[in-house]
Design a protein around this ligand. Sequence first.
Ligand code: ADP
Ligand code: MG
Length: 399
Amino acid sequence: MAKKSVTDLNVTGKKVIVRVDFNVPHKGDVVTDDNRIVAALPTINYLTEHGAKVILLSHLGKVKHKDPVETEQMMKKNDMSIVAKALQALVPETKVTFVNATRGEELEKAISEMHEGEIVLMQNTRYEKGEEKNDPELGAYWASLGDLYVSDAFGSVHRAHASTAGIPTHLPSAVGFLIEKELKYLGQALDNPARPFVAVLGGAKVSDKIAVIDNLLKIADKVIVGGGMAYTFYKAMGYEVGTSLLEEDKVAIAKEFIEKGQGKLILPIDNVVANDFDNPTEVKVVAADSIPSDFMGMDIGPKTIELFTKELQGAKTVFWNGPMGVFEKEGFEKGTVGVCKAIAELDDCMSVIGGGDSASAAKNLGYASSFTHISTGGGASLEYMEGKVLPGIAVIEEK
Ligand code: ADP
Ligand code: MG
């Protein structure tokens, strides 16, 4: 069953609490990248155009509530007022009122004075100690400020916090356009993929990706593994990995995946190795079983790029998470570039990227528009592909 959409709600004249993901990168008092604000605009504009009173809630950065002095500093660093300015610039016709409070008279007054089609942005939800604990009192209080709840913060729905999972237990609820889109593409890949479905998984740590490898070995037709993860698999196969990234305690599970994944699991056949991570003076390409003891795997090799490209041919669904090598460093980006290009050039294929680093790789390389969907939630998209229930989605009403 599908979740209720914002278009299923009667919003005119109603106070609509919208949980957005305004956790934007910022330096000093400047928002350095407003992509996440832009991504929420379709829902915000729909609501203001339909005469809703829009109350926006989001977290910004980390605010820990342990040491009072530190908490004070973190609050100062993550003051939502800069986001209000950036939002106002994007919706010049709409009145945006920033409230420098997360509860109390000032907030309640600002909301009671709102007209239809206006926006109130509340201060950072994490200023409240109870936010990350999903404190029931806090969720109930915030819910009391509105009539309806719309969730559009995909990057936060894997967390059961007061603003994501608490409030909607008290109000009629729906998802916004951003989440609707995320669920459409990720859901299609997971539940009803056009085949062949090829998953491409990379990144640094096996431990981060165990659950997703496990689930995708059940669902996908092929699971391609590259990046730093590959070396734990090599170890499981009895290969020497030199000084490559290795998670000894995950070798057993890697072995299990190799056995379970017969014919499905595809590993690199050659690698670009270097004598040092920070200051590589010697770099060479070696076969999978020939990594010298004093070298580390930094990227997949040219034969592997060819192999992965071939394995991707004809794919009708691709899910990609995690770079194929240390792509941030010059000389070790070719594997990631090659795989990105191979996916981008597939015809008639639904291609989805889930993962912060893989998404920025695709964007920086200029391939973003060639993908069907780039998820806005790294952690959330991964947990979704793991088959986990996302608490901030589960709580939203069904159609
Ligand atoms: P994503 O954000 O797309 O989910 P991850 O965060 O899991 O990706 O992994 C990205 C990181 O993995 C990058 O910083 C990259 O440098 C690192 N990485 C990839 N290959 C290797 C490798 N061979 N050795 C060490 N680190 C690697
Ligand atoms: Mg990452």
